[in-house]
Design a protein around this ligand. Structure first.
Ligand SMILES: N[C@@H](CCC(=O)N[C@@H](CS)C(=O)NCC(=O)O)C(=O)O
Length: 274
């Protein structure tokens, strides 16, 4: 069992005041707070992540488009066991194993299901990242970070990747469709992606209405308490909330009966920066 703050949580440094903004560190932040395990945060500049992981002997777990290793956060170091874990999903599994007396993140025998859901959510939300227009990186390094990212994407400047008004609107509709499909999971209704949504915008008649006996779907996917799957969705929502223009976020909050804004608010209970 951890004594006071045996766990160090490595998160990506934001603009001051320091706060979590990236989706995968959000998953770990929510998980640690939910379990009530004492921890301390070490804020790492995004360009220092590779050196940190290499120094600790933790291999990269992503690959850049040019095939080179991509070093990422979150990562946790647990002084009580000597373990270092460098992937958000593996961190969730580790915390449930190493801290069995704290509330469980994953319900019994759902690791495979949750891993598949995690990968699916990463894909769904990543596809719409173009809607996040506000950079949360520390202004001290933001220019260098943007230049590094531009190089990654093979463009001169990230400004070259800016969406036209039409592309932006199409991405909004696509995002509304994707979240409409996800909202079915909260109502425990069929998940077939029938794609009846109009590309020019969605309409009330077209939205998936829950069957009468499922009208009162909970704020969480399965019951009154969150599971790790809720933190996966919540982490992405928090990233979009922080990265979108407030008016654009309001638009997201108007979809699917306000489900996404409500979930974000409920998860504030486990969002404290420690
Ligand atoms: N599979 C990894 C992915 C982690 C990941 O992609 N982290 C991003 C932030 S959400 C990162 O560290 N990016 C650093 C960079 O882009 O250089 C996990 O779940 O922990």
């Amino acid at each position: 069992m951890a004594t006071n703050a045996d766990i160090t949580f490595y998160d990506i440094a934001s603009a001051p005041p320091l706060k979590t903004f990236a989706p995968n560190p959000w998953k770990t932040r929510l998980a640690l707070n939910f379990k009530g395990i004492p921890y301390q945060t070490k804020w790492v500049q995004v360009l220092d992540i590779a050196a940190l992981r290499k120094g600790l002997g933790i291999p990269a777990n992503r690959t850049l488009p040019d095939g080179t290793p991509m070093h990422t956060l979150p990562m946790i170091e647990d002084a009580s066991t000597g373990k270092i874990v460098g992937d958000s999903f593996e961190i969730a599994l580790y915390l449930d194993d190493a801290y069995p007396d704290s509330p469980k993140l994953l319900r019994q025998h759902t690791a495979g299901l949750t891993a598949a859901f995690n990968a699916h959510m990463d894909e769904v939300f990543t596809k719409h990242l173009g809607l996040c227009t506000r950079a949360s990186f520390d202004p001290a390094t933001v220019e260098e970070v943007m230049a590094t990212f531009a190089k990654r994407f093979g463009v001169k400047s990230l400004a070259d990747m800016q969406l036209s008004d039409e592309q932006r609107e199409a991405m909004f509709v696509s995002f509304e469709v994707a979240l409409g499909e996800l909202s079915k999971a909260y109502h425990h209704t069929g998940g077939t992606a029938d794609r009846v949504w109009r590309t020019t915008g969605t309409a009330k008649e077209q939205s998936q209405q829950p069957p009468p006996n499922r009208q009162n779907a909970c704020v969480f996917l399965d019951g009154d308490e969150p599971a790790y799957a809720d933190f996966i969705v919540g982490a992405w929502l928090k990233h979009f909330e922080g990265g979108m223009d407030p008016k654009d976020w309001e638009r997201v909050c108007s979809w699917q009966d306000g489900r996404w804004g409500k979930l974000g608010t409920v998860l504030n209970r486990w969002s404290e920066m420690k």
